[in-house]
Design a protein around this ligand. Structure first.
Ligand SMILES: CC(=O)SCCNC(=O)CCNC(=O)[C@H](O)C(C)(C)COP(=O)(O)OP(=O)(O)OC[C@H]1O[C@@H](n2cnc3c(N)ncnc32)[C@H](O)[C@@H]1OP(=O)(O)O
Ligand SMILES: Nc1ncnc2c1ncn2[C@@H]1O[C@H](COP(=O)(O)OP(=O)(O)OP(=O)(O)O)[C@@H](O)[C@H]1O
Length: 710
């Protein structure tokens, strides 16, 4: 490193260290790995170091550092370090920077070493280049930064922190709990909100609520707090057997740390069991808290979920409803972009009554930290849409990636709306918007504000599989999809304050016009939140696919819908839609048994008719007729009733003609094979009336299936 720069760097690091705020350091060099090593030698002395780099750049890990690969950086997130270095010879993923920034402790530096500025392209190979422009602009605006070329000593920007954070670890001092919380435990809280949350949990333990939800941005001490809360539960005798669920034990480091520190503080005897260095269980005379992996976790009398995002909504719902009391944390804003949509879904699925608290202050660095602000701003970690301005004339336009790259306010407006359309938006989505050559952003503006956005990807068979999801799913369902081109609406969203006024449909209309002008065969969409199915159906889209598997995060099964724009598109879509009807009729009792009967009913009303190659045997007809005459219970003829339902409901008109209650009964009891009481509840019928209702249904089905009783 150039000697003048070396001195400047030491001065910068010292100023940042004294301020207690955190700073950014970007060094360009023809040898980014070498520059990272020098940096560690120079600064990595105390306070720990984390280095993320591909092996070719850092073949051996610099002394004193913990090294992680750029793709596996999540393992380092529980740690903290005064120096976090990312070395790259090109790609600098938003997820990586945003994720590792959270591990930098107070007074420390987040450093990036990269190729010389004129040669560096931080986006993916073959990308459009918008990310480079965006990122360099963001560096120019960074409030605390040293940005230089390590080989030449040239400094592009230097800004040191203004002022000092002073004493920011307020802890619980002065906090007066409303409930009984042992002072020694409260004393372990390092922020006012941790103290408040512990107090709220004490109230929870005395009350009748079942779920306690802790929300907050990354690094707010949520996991540690869950550990302290578990100690309180142990102390009150409210925790005997507890299960703590995470993908791997390392994910529970802070939780177990809080638990052990709390037990020590209250002098509760306990034993710690470790596996490969990680704590996996803590046991005491009357309690046991044990780790269980997400995939095989069982419900428990006391369930702890340290990060709901790692478990997924579907599993969380299943586990929590069969557990006793539930203690859950979820990250609102973090590199993994769990987001408000996801946090809201978590709150919705937890057993009620529910208590929730939000942790506000960071624990590793002072509030108002400039690096956190810069990372949040640059990588859109707080994508909350601004209120729209006064209404004006609606204007449609397409926004090119270059424009998004050069207008951060526009990018923010677009990104924050699109984040609403995804339960788990990640910062890496910026690469899609700024770098993709196949995506186009379409917007509706009103009076200067962006009120609706769609991100649309053009798909054809020349693309890798992940670039043609709609077409791939279509080809599973129908012959001939291989020759088609499609435009997939990857995300569409309308400003929350302006939904259900026709804006989404209007924007979709423009997107379809645009797609037609591009010679595309179909417009498709694939989504996991079923509450928007009605929107797509109303806009004239035909469902063609329902995933047999649950989407890990939404707990729903992805649905694919499409609208044809050409004759070839129409042919393939119709076949795919008919196949879907058959799959629903004949797999409703297996892979679609967990699908809400209402959804199946809605799909059966929307999908085209089919000719199922099945019929009733003479014996089945005889038993069905005996049931109709009141000579046999429905259960004696359930096979015949099932076949009659499948034949009758292969016609769309039958699904439309049955009426809501009977259609739901046919779906839940006959196609899905749900037990009588459950089917009656789904159809909204008192269980006592079920036999009569079933007979009425059987008459309709027999008639529609062409069964004539002599
Ligand atoms: C691929 C994907 O991105 S799927 C994810 C879609 N995006 C989201 O979930 C983000 C949050 N939601 C939104 O942004 C919007 O509500 C959208 C995009 C789903 C719909 O846009 P809007 O402007 O609200 O819908 P619009 O007013 O055009 O709706 C037309 C009709 O569709 C139906 N519809 C619209 N939204 C819904 C809904 N959430 N549930 C059921 N039906 C709906 C209604 O029949 C509606 O007519 P009505 O209001 O007279 O009853
Ligand atoms: N009260 C506390 N006393 C000591 N250390 C704490 C305390 N609270 C949190 N920490 C430490 O601060 C760091 C961040 O806390 P924690 O992991 O609980 O945060 P989080 O909100 O769950 O966020 P993340 O998602 O970053 O893990 C951890 O190293 C944790 O051990």
């Amino acid at each position: 490193m150039e000697p003048g720069l070396r001195r400047r760097l030491l001065g910068y690091a010292e100023a940042v260290g004294l301020s207690r705020y955190r700073g950014l350091l970007v060094l360009h060099s023809a040898e980014p790995g070498r520059a990272a090593e020098e940096l560690v030698e120079l600064l990595g002395g105390s306070g720990g170091c984390i280095a993320a780099a591909p092996r070719r750049l850092l073949p051996s890990c610099p002394g004193g550092c913990r090294c992680v690969s750029p793709g596996g950086f999540q393992g380092a997130l529980g740690q903290e370090a005064r120096l976090v270095v990312i070395a790259t010879d090109g790609l600098l993923r938003p997820n990586l920077v945003a994720g590792l920034a959270g591990a930098v402790s107070a007074g420390g530096l987040l450093a990036v070493t990269a190729p010389p500025l004129d040669r560096w392209s931080p986006g993916p190979a073959g990308g459009a280049g918008g990310y480079r422009r965006y990122l360099l602009d963001a560096l120019r605006r960074a409030p605390v930064v040293l940005w230089a070329d390590a080989d030449t000593g040239r400094v592009y920007a230097e800004r040191r922190p203004r002022g000092r954070a002073g004493e920011w670890r307020l802890g619980s001092r002065g906090y007066r709990p409303r409930h009984a919380v042992p002072r020694a435990l409260l004393g372990l809280a390092v922020t006012p909100s941790q103290a408040r949350a512990l107090d709220a949990f004490a109230g929870f333990l005395s009350g009748r609520q079942r779920s306690f939800l802790v929300t907050g941005d990354r690094g707010r001490g949520k996991s540690f707090l869950l550990g302290l809360a578990a100690v309180l539960a142990v102390r009150r005798g409210a925790l005997g057997e507890a299960v703590a669920v995470a993908p791997e034990p390392a994910g529970l480091t802070s939780f177990f740390e809080g638990l052990v520190r709390g037990l020590d503080a209250l002098r509760v005897r306990h034993r710690v069991r470790r596996r490969g260095g990680d704590v996996v269980a803590v046991t005491g005379p009357w309690f046991r808290v044990a780790y269980q992996p997400v995939d095989s976790a069982k419900p428990a009398a006391f369930l702890v979920v340290d990060e709901a995002g790692a478990v997924g909504v579907a599993r969380l719902r299943r586990l929590s409803w069969r557990s006793g009391r539930v203690l859950v944390a979820t990250t609102i804003h973090g590199y993994e972009g769990s987001g408000r949509v996801f946090a809201h879904m978590v709150g919705e699925v937890l057993p009620r009554p529910l208590a929730s608290v939000e942790l506000a202050e960071p624990v590793r660095y002072p509030p108002g930290d400039p690096l956190e602000e810069w990372v949040n701003e640059t990588f859109m970690l707080r994508p909350d849409p601004e209120p729209p301005g006064p209404e004006g004339e609606l204007v449609y336009e397409q926004v090119p990636a270059e424009k998004l790259a050069s207008e951060p306010r526009l990018l923010r407006a677009v990104y924050s709306l699109l984040a609403l359309a995804h339960y788990r938006g990640e910062p890496d989505y910026l690469l899609v918007l700024l770098e993709s050559r196949t995506h186009t952003v379409h917007v509706l503006r009103s009076g200067g504000s962006i009120v609706a956005v769609a991100d649309v990807g053009l798909e054809d068979w020349g693309q890798p599989e992940e670039g043609r999801l709609g077409l791939t799913l279509l080809s599973l369902q129908a012959e001939g999809a291989e020759g088609l081109r499609a435009a997939r609406v990857v995300r569409i969203a309308v400003h929350p304050g302006l939904q259900r006024r026709g804006l989404g449909t209007r924007l979709l209309g423009y997107v379809e016009e645009w797609a037609r002008s591009r010679g595309v065969d179909l417009v498709t969409a694939v989504f996991g939140r079923h509450d928007v199915l009605g929107f797509w159906l109303r806009a004239g889209y035909t469902p063609f696919y329902v995933s047999p598997r649950f989407n890990r995060y939404t707990g729903e099964k992805n649905i694919g819908v499409a609208k044809p724009l050409t004759a070839a598109g129409r042919r393939v879509l119709e076949e795919a839609a008919r196949e879907l009807r058959l799959r629903l009729l004949f797999s409703a009792h297996s892979v679609y048994r967990d699908l809400a009967a209402e959804k199946i009913a809605a799909l059966l009303r929307a999908l085209p008719s089919v000719e199922p190659a099945i019929g009733l045997t003479p014996g089945q007809k005889r038993r069905l007729c005996m049931h109709l005459r009141g000579l046999a219970e429905a259960e004696q003829a359930l096979d015949a009733l099932y076949l009659a339902a499948a034949i009758a409901l292969s016609r769309r008109e039958a699904a439309e003609g049955l009426g809501e209650r009977r259609l739901l009964l046919a779906v839940a009891r006959l196609l899905q094979g749900k037990p009588p009481d459950e089917a009656a509840e789904i159809a909204g019928i008192p269980v006592g009336q079920l036999p009569g209702e079933l007979r009425g249904l059987a008459e309709f089905l027999a008639d529609a299936a062409g069964v004539v009783c002599g």
